[in-house]
Design a protein around this ligand. Structure first.
Ligand SMILES: [Zn+2]
Length: 297
């Protein structure tokens, strides 16, 4: 729990510094060296990865797993735009973050990668993140307004609280609520390793704002403060292609867009996305912010 409470104004001022990267660290290390500190880095500022540089350790029709370091794997599916799942290992246990859209025998795949007992936790319950929960006896998810247990799931459901910790043995991941994309969106923060796992909370460069914009602003501000306090350099998102890790700059930019929309200074172009009711889209610095004009306040 954070002990240093600061005023909103100074928090926002600090956010600008955080966004510039100066308040988190003198120099934010390259993503590859944060994930694998032993790797030599030509350019210490690169925030992208070439996935091919990391060993491909499993592949079938549903998913490809790459090993990002000895204790971290990413699996990408292809049914819903490169949906990502993460397997994080401690000394005693492993945590599987999300389950993709439809990956047959995901439980067996995961036990090929780690010998540690696996706990499953969801960043949120959208179908491209919770689609393969049926392989597992129990899951952790977030209880929030309008959120139901993934369809057809009959195993044990555990509910995560804000700041709950998953202690994997020598490695702790903390749950951090960040509603905006959905009511149940959470981050998993690995403070000791300076990384987080953010699901769709900040959109993987294409944020779908299903809740009110004002709710998201609060989440973005709390996240920036947390990233500052805990020195979190990167969050690996729910649709990770190597180029779109979430940074303080990204979260800050999204917060600025959201504030502009809330203040009426920014108005997105009209879209016709009847599926999600997100009828406006604002694009800034390569990031798309999709929202519902009727759900701003
Ligand atoms: Zn989602």
């Amino acid at each position: 729990m954070s002990s240093n409470k600061i005023s909103r104004r100074s928090a926002i001022k600090r956010m600008a510094a955080v966004a510039a990267g100066v308040a988190v660290a003198d120099k934010i290390p390259a993503l590859a060296s944060v994930l694998s500190p032993e790797l030599p880095q030509d350019d210490p500022t690169v925030s992208t990865l070439q996935m091919e540089d990391f060993p491909e350790v499993y592949k079938d029709d549903d998913v490809v797993f790459h090993q990002l370091n000895p204790h971290l794997w990413i699996g990408n599916g292809h049914l819903m735009y490169n949906e990502s799942i993460y397997l994080v290992e401690g000394n005693d246990k492993a945590l599987l973050i999300d389950t993709g859209t439809r990956i047959a025998n995901l439980d067996k795949i995961v036990t090929r990668l780690t010998k540690k007992p696996v706990t499953v936790a969801l960043t949120h319950t959208h179908g491209d993140h919770a689609g393969s929960v049926g392989c597992f006896d129990s899951i952790w998810m977030t209880q929030a307004e309008g959120i139901r247990v993934p369809r057809g799931y009959t195993g044990k459901v555990n509910y995560m609280s804000n700041h709950q910790k998953f202690d994997l043995g020598g490695r702790v991941l903390e749950v951090f609520y960040a509603p905006g994309h959905t009511t149940d969106s959470v981050l998993f923060i690995d403070e000791a390793n300076h990384i987080g796992f953010s699901g769709d909370a900040f959109g993987s460069t294409n944020l779908l704002m299903n809740l009110n914009v004002s709710t998201f602003i609060k989440s973005a501000e709390e996240t920036l403060q947390m990233m500052y306090d805990k020195q979190i350099y990167y969050m690996l998102p729910g649709h990770f292609d190597g180029t779109n890790a979430e940074t303080t700059k990204r979260v800050y930019d999204l917060r600025e867009i959201a504030q502009g929309v809330l203040d009426g200074k920014l108005v997105g172009e009209k879209t016709s996305d009847s599926q999600t009711a997100l009828n406006r889209r604002f694009t800034y610095q390569g990031v798309r912010f999709n929202y519902n004009a009727g759900k701003v306040l």
